[in-house]
Structures are given as structure tokens and as C-alpha cells.
Design a protein around this ligand. Sequence first.
Ligand code: HAM
Length: 425
Amino acid sequence: MNKKSTKDILQAPRGMRDFFGNTFQKRKNFFRTAEGLAEHYGFSGIETPILEHTEVFLKGVGEGTDIVDKEMYNLETAGGDRLTLRPEGTAAVMRAYIEHGMGTLPQPLMFYYGGPFFRHEKPQKGRYRQLYQFGLEIMGSKNPAHDALIIQTGYEILKQSGKEIIVGINSIGNNNERAQYIQELKAFYKKHEHELGETDQKRIETNPLRILDSKDASTKKINENAPELLNSLGMESRIFFDDVLDYLDMLNIPYEVVPSLVRGLDYYEHTVFEFVTLDTQGEKSHALGGGGRYDGLAETLGHNKAIPSVGLGLGVDRIIEIADEESFQDENEQKKVFFISLGKEAHGRALALARELNSDTLQLHLALSDQKIGKQFERAEKLGFEQVLILGENEIKENTIILKNLKTRKQKIIFLDNLQEELEK
Ligand code: HAM
């Protein structure tokens, strides 16, 4: 174990961040908006543990993927169990579906979930080791309308960012079609082996699909003439994909068919997609989210039958980073009030009043301070409050309280019985 200095341990682990103030509030507001929209479209919430048996991801996401080979946080318990901090949600939600026999319920089941996920990636802007996702899964349906429902819900959530969103979409067919295509692709790359980038040369045998979205300039050139998976799809897969695209057309959701889009998780079949926004230079940025169909995942995890499903994961950190300043604001219009009480008895009264006032409509900042009143006004102003309540000895005697507006500098005396009413005016 490498020993850490005090300086090291007083910093959050690399790629992990603290959230407070505005960053905390934005994330909370994002989830509130996303959950509201998901519920509008008929999804209900699910929460799975942060840890799963390592095999859930080994089998589900697949050995040979970056997530499983390089990025998982694995641990062994004192009892010898091998557990993993969840790097993604789909395999875990499918595990829950199977465990609870949800196949006997009316299908499909529609879930949303959110929270932290963990991937040991190289940290940079938009890439964290503790990342936040909002996910949607529809389990138990092979209907292309459900692919469209997933994309539409994700699109509606992303549009709340105020940015222009487009969907990159592709079909990677079924396992047989893909296996055949991979042979074709390998043969093609072997012919051009020496014209590929160095890393890509190594991928010809291990993961030729990954070469398709290579960033290497020489590989990119070769890729211009690479065979396309879309052309190797059988009739059924092609019709399924066309149906999904028809729905997107009907819904006016802007999309682009991207033949090189394959995604980095093994469970996908048929539809795969990613959401991107165009930045000011018109260049495509990091994916804000992605997903697809995973009809075979249940069987890969060891279930006795297929559960056709489709879903997505949105990258909450990235969405908040690109969102317009005024997006994901507090929706509830709670009035904010700074409450100054002067002395022990007034502090006690202030605490008691807080209990009586309506928590749905008011957000109180109880100062409970013994500082001079002028200093307290300064603090209220710095924190951006307009309304200030002041409770001193006189007021307690007379059953009143002072309400002061820091902007207009006007103040009035209110009977305590009328306080709620006055604050809501
Ligand atoms: P994914 O593409 O691995 O898919 O992740 C979804 C989104 O999470 C990405 O598009 C990205 O916005 C965000 N993301 C991923 N890694 C990081 C990171 N290190 N830092 C910040 N953001 C990140 C899945 O996880 C699938 N479970 C999605 C899905 C659900 N497919 C079907 N159902």
C-alpha cells in the first residue's frame, strides 16, 4: 500500500468531487426535472445497491470492454465475496428484474434510476471516476415504439439544458449478423494493417469494431472505405431499424444515422444511439448520454429466457457543464427569508416559529446569531436575501415581529398570528 501524506488525504480522491452550494443545487434540480419527465412518460423509480457481485458486470458488460478490463473498482470482503462498485446501471437493474421474478408482472416494466457510478478512467473535464447518471430502462418489450419512447424521453430531458441536441443512431443487428460482419471487417483491416494507427493494428484480432470509431488520423482515412454493418443486416433487423427511424421522423426528433457508432458495452443488439450537442465551433463534443437495445442481456447473466429490453444512460455531470445558466432552476417557488433573532429567548421563539410556519412555501435561514444586528443585515444581503424577519425582546413582549425588505429598506410590524399570511403576500 502506498502511504499518503496529510496533504494527499485532505483532498478528495482523483476524479471525485465534492458538491455544495450551486453545484449541489444544480444536480438536485437536474434529477428533479428528469424524474418528473420520466414519470410523465410512465416510468417509475428503482434503486439498486452501489455494490454488485463482480460477475454481474463481468458477464453483463463483457470481458474485453474498457469498463471491465480497466475501469472497475473491485473489492474483496472479509468473507471472500468479490464485489464491484457499479460502473453502470443496466446489468444491475436486469439482475433485480430477474431476482424479483418481474417477468410474471404485466410487461413491459419501465424504470428510471439515478446516482453515482464508478469508473477508473483518466480524469479530465467531462470525465470523472465518480460520475452521475440518470438512466431509463424498458424491460420486456421488442416493440420499436419503445426504442422511440426511450429516445424521446431522453431527448426531452436533454432539451431542458437549453442546447440543441441531436441523436446519432445506428443498428448493430443481432449476434449472428454481427459475427459475420466482424469476419468481414477483420479481413478488410488485415488488408490495410500497415496503414492503421499502432493501437488499432492490435485491435484487429481483439476488438475490430472499436477501430471504427478510432480517433487516429491514418485509421480514419482507411475507415472511409470500411464495410458498413448496416449493409449486412438481414431483412428483419433492417425493418426493425427502419421502424425506429420512422417513429423519430414522426416525432421530429433530429437524428443522424452514424454507421460507425457501435458503443463500448457488449450487451447491445439492434438499436444503439448517443446524444450529442454541437458546441460553438460546430464540432461534436462528448456524448451527453447513450443507450440501446439489449435483448440478450438476461440470458448472458444466466436467466433461462431472453428479456428483450431497451434503455439509456444520461451523463449528468456533462449535461450540467454544457447547460445554459438559467436551466435546471429551482421549480418550487419557496420564498426565502432570513430570520434574525436577538438573544436566547428570541432564538428559542425563532426555532418554535420555524416549526409552525409552512415548510412547503417558505425556506427559512435561521441566523441564531449573537452578532450585532448591522452585521447580520450585511450577511443577509451577501447571501442574496431580500426579506428579513427580526425578533427582539420588544417584539416577544408584544407578540409581534418585524418584516424588513432589504431592497426597499421598508419595514413593518406584524402580529405573529398573521406571519404566515404576510410572508406569502
Ligand atoms: P455509457 O455510454 O457507458 O452507457 O454511459 C452513459 C453516459 O454516461 C455517457 O454517454 C456519458 O455521458 C456518461 N459517462 C460515462 N462515463 C463517464 C465518466 N467517466 N464521466 C462522466 N460521464 C460519464 C451506460 O452506462 C449504459 N448503462 C446506458 C444504457 C442504459 N444502455 C441501456 N440502458
